[in-house]
Design a protein around this ligand. Sequence first.
Ligand code: SF4
Ligand code: SF4
Length: 91
Amino acid sequence: MAKVRINKERCKGCGYCLVVCPKKNLKTGETMNVRGVFAVVAVGEDNCSGCGMCYIMCPDACIEIESGPDPSPASDPAARESAGSESVRHE
Ligand code: SF4
Ligand code: SF4
């Protein structure tokens, strides 16, 4: 299972990530950030498939996906090629 991390201070609240998440694992949070918007947060740590759609869609590079030690091959193709943990990051 993967884990999604969101840089809440960079989030501009556009909602693109909410729309594309097939697991409905993201929602609008209840805390206003420095940009004056309610940043997106993860619903639960155990619900992310690691598909990376939110990471791809975010225009402000707020999202990182961390693969867990035992992700599902059916939902995370990258996991078939690598074992253990890895991170995907915007530079
Ligand atoms: S990686 Fe996929 S399942 Fe996980 S939060 Fe992002 S869009 Fe949803
Ligand atoms: S796509 Fe990025 S900027 Fe837009 S709501 Fe999601 S995390 Fe925030």
